[in-house]
Design a protein around this ligand. Structure first.
Ligand code: SF4
Ligand code: SF4
Ligand code: SF4
Length: 786
């Protein structure tokens, strides 16, 4: 395949002997080689400023709100510069621009992490299967990669095409990151525009990574009935050797399974348990559903310390950086396969398998760095088998009688609690344990972040985190829940079914729970919220650690949400798309609604599709937990596509939100595409990214942010019913901004009609003159001359 990039030439005037034309654009290269599957839209392979005008439109309504974490910039040696009280840095930067710059850097880190993952994955798969390996997601998915088609104008057909798209992504990430260098960009809105750009690229990179692994490893291809499997430490048969894969890139875990099968040792769980933690876990069960999901990132330290693993294989992302140290405490050898996370371990690429196994089993090294994935698969499988009998007695977590002894030195000095980032009463819990009462220790298990700061500062060297674990041990040993295997993309056939009710508002919304949920009660809260919205008839989608922890909350009959609700992308469905990179299928579904249902041109037509989604597709993302750089870019990528995002309390640490002002009528005034008139649509959606403190607030805002200007009266009535019901449940009264959303009496929920009518009268509400319009932010989409 040609490795040349598209060359775009423009000419104001072209005159030859045969033709005379104005404003000519000629495309040479990959785009020119593309079959004409749809006329090429206006923005193929957008560069850093191609969609800038769209960003500026969005940000003129959703103004960046900054709450800087620190008054100083220390990014270069002209500094540190005090940017407080309107001061400028030595380079001329002000505080707003500096905060936006930090957001851009975070988004670049997030996007480059998925991108590097995708690059590693695609290169590895091309080596294994060849660059002509076809991209085929089955007969129910004709739009195989909506992001690729929308952003670049390319319809990828082979792994080689994916590699080509990655070249483009890499160039864009580099361009965006370079804007953060000293003495480059200086305007906060333009920093934000670059953050939006690189985050759009992030969704393309995620799509590439997930589609590459789906087609080659034969993961479920959008199957709503993907099998149910198990999650939790209790799923492991500890009498068998246990391999624990940690990270996000499943290529290495696949090699372990392939080795076992080829060696006649059966599939996962037959002679060797193959388990995963974090997103690799999702993906090994997408490969073989007999593999096991142990849990999310927040359980990492506990699970390593449980000593269950006979060997740990790390790939990339979200791995505890002291994994080797922690694993050594329970004599678990580590095999690191990614050059992005090699932990100072010796590179053993040149050694034969037997020699490496010998090093690990003998303990002559706590681990090895082995980037040759095939070899790593063999080493890990054999090492697990050899280590298992040697490790039977290893158990760092003490049994209950030992807890009291270990806690006996506690003086109740409170140092641990003062250093706990979330102020857990760990001092009281340890002190109670000293007296034989383990109840509080056990209760802290669900709240604790597992950061071990309490242990590090304790003057009496009391292993508080291990004590929490010990108290909880009875539960963790039996802990197991049902979860549906990640199904991947949404089928085109499903989009045809739900496109209309979503756009008309009769399915009240699509709610996506994404990212990690590792803060106090985060796991429980994601489970509660997901069930609440599925019961209300929203479409609930989940990915990554959120998809895992949502299974921890059972209903009255003891069922998890995956047992209670179907896996279809439909009203009341609960859809686990898979690992973090599968997030691209959630935003991809919104793109497909605009294209398949509304027939909006898809090819290289980003602005129009995003405008459609913003105004018509009631989708909301919820990143309810710690907010990594990847979550920052995922959320910001949703925002460019017109999808609002709610982040939990930890999300505010990036110090930037995109907030609309409901009372600012002009900012919520749009064109009616039918007439060109300027029409106020109410604050829908009110914000693009907002940080909230409590689960209750989150549920109210989830319902509210699903409201769209295009809702029919029936759709608006349904959406307002949920918004009002949730608001009243929490605050005991009607929402004070209801008059912004009731356009005519027909919008008013029947159950609250009298009460709402009284309220509307009090605030002087009048029916809207133009309740129904064809809303757009883009002047060029106006069909009539004004
Ligand atoms: S980048 Fe600018 S504001 Fe930051 S330390 Fe350097 S000179 Fe100061
Ligand atoms: S720091 Fe140590 S001694 Fe002090 S209260 Fe905590 S566990 Fe007890
Ligand atoms: S390990 Fe848990 S209890 Fe200890 S400091 Fe961290 S969050 Fe607090």
């Amino acid at each position: 395949m040609a490795e040349k990039g598209p060359l775009k030439m423009s000419a104001k005037e072209l005159i030859s002997g045969l033709v005379s034309a104005k404003d000519v654009e000629v495309l040479i290269g990959r785009i020119a080689m593309e079959e004409e599957w749809e006329p090429l839209g206006p923005t193929p392979f957008p560069q850093i400023s191609t969609l800038r005008s769209w960003d500026h439109l969005l940000l003129s309504r959703y103004k960046p709100f900054y709450a800087p974490f620190c008054d100083y910039c220390c990014l270069c040696t002209y500094g540190k510069c005090d940017l407080s009280k309107g001061r400028l840095g030595a380079c001329g930067l002000d505080m707003k621009a500096q905060t936006a710059r930090i957001v851009l850097i975070a988004c670049c880190i997030g996007a480059s992490t998925h991108l590097a993952h995708a690059r590693h994955m695609v290169d590895h798969l091309i080596e294994k299967y060849g660059e002509d390996y076809p991209i085929n997601l089955g007969q129910d998915i004709a739009i195989e990669m909506p992001h690729a088609r929308l952003i670049t104008g390319i319809k990828p057909k082979t792994l080689g095409d994916l590699a080509y798209l990655l070249n483009y992504c890499e160039k864009e990430v580099t361009q965006c990151l370079s804007a953060a260098h000293t003495g480059q960009e200086g305007n906060y809105i333009d920093f934000e525009s670059k953050a939006l750009h690189v985050s759009m690229i992030d969704h393309l990179a995620m799509e590439i990574a997930d589609v590459a692994q789906i087609v080659t490893f034969n993961f479920p291809k959008g199957d709503p009935n993907a099998p149910l499997t198990w999650i939790g430490l209790g799923v492991l048969d500890l009498s068998k050797p246990v391999v624990l894969c940690i990270g996000h890139n499943v290529s290495a875990g696949v090699e372990v399974i392939d080795y076992l099968e080829k060696a006649g040792l059966g599939g996962p769980g037959e002679t060797v348990e193959v388990a995963g933690l974090c997103c690799t876990a999702h993906d090994i069960v997408r490969y073989r559903d007999q593999a096991k999901i142990i849990g999310p990132i927040s359980d990492q330290l506990r699970i390593i310390r449980s000593g269950a693993a006979d060997v740990i294989m790390t790939d990339e992302q979200c791995i505890r950086t002291n994994v080797v140290y922690e694993a050594q405490r329970v004599k678990t050898p580590v095999v690191a396969v990614s050059d992005k996370a090699s932990y100072g371990l010796p590179d053993v690429s040149e050694l034969p398998v037997e020699k490496i196994v010998e090093m690990l089993v003998s303990g002559s090294t706590p681990g090895v760095f082995l980037p040759d994935l095939e070899k790593a698969g063999a080493v890990v499988a054999i090492t697990a088998i050899r280590m298992a009998p040697l490790r039977q007695k290893f158990k760092i977590i003490p049994d209950p009688p030992q807890i009291q002894a270990q806690a006996s030195g506690c003086t109740f000095c409170g140092t641990c609690r003062r250093n706990c980032p979330i102020d857990l009463p760990i001092d009281q819990a340890v002190f109670n344990a000293k007296k034989g009462d383990f109840e509080l220790l056990s209760m802290l298990h669900d709240l604790c972040l597992g950061c071990a700061r309490c242990e590090q500062v304790c003057p009496r060297k009391i292993p508080a985190l291990s004590l929490i674990e010990a108290a909880f041990q009875h539960k963790i040993k039996t802990e197991k829940y049902r979860i549906r295997v990640g199904r991947g993309p949404i089928l085109d056939t499903e989009i045809r079914e739900v496109g209309s009710p979503i756009v008309l508002g009769e399915i009240p919304g699509v709610v996506a729970y994404v990212g990690c949920a590792n803060f106090p009660n985060g796991a429980r809260e994601v489970g509660i919220m997901a069930r609440e919205f599925a019961r209300r008839g929203y479409i609930v989608t989940l990915s990554g650690c959120s998809a895992m922890v949502a299974s921890y909350v059972r209903n009255e009959e003891g069922k998890t949400i995956y047992e209670e609700f179907p896996g279809t992308f439909d009203r009341g469905g609960v859809v686990n798309v898979g690992s973090c990179v599968a997030n691209a299928h959630i935003t991809g579904a919104a793109i497909k609604i605009a294209n398949i249902f509304a027939k909006r041109p898809l090819r290289a037509n980003y602005e129009e599709i995003a405008d459609y989604i913003l105004n018509r597709v009631g989708a909301v993302g919820v990143a309810w937990g710690a907010y990594s750089q990847k979550a920052a870019s995922i959320a910001t990528g949703c925002n460019r596509l017109g999808i609002p995002v709610i982040v939990g309390p930890q999300g505010s640490k990036y110090r930037r939100m995109y907030l609309g002002r409901a009372e600012d009528k002009e900012s919520f005034t749009v064109y009616d595409a039918r007439t060109g008139e300027r029409v106020w649509i109410g604050p829908a959606p009110e914000h693009l990214i907002i940080a909230l403190e409590t689960m209750e607030e989150c549920m109210v805002w989830t319902a509210k942010l699903c409201i769209r200007p295009n809702d029919t009266t029936k759709g608006r009535m349904i959406k307002l019913t949920h918004y009002v019901d949730l608001y009243k449940r929490i605050y005991g009264k009607l929402p004070p901004d209801l008059h912004y959303f009731v356009r005519t009496e027909a919008d008013i929920p029947i159950t609250f009609k009298e009460e709402i009518m009284r309220y509307l009268k009090e605030v002087g509400w009048k029916p809207w003159e133009k309740p129904s319009i064809d809303p757009t932010l883009l002047k060029r989409l106006i069909r009539a001359q004004v």
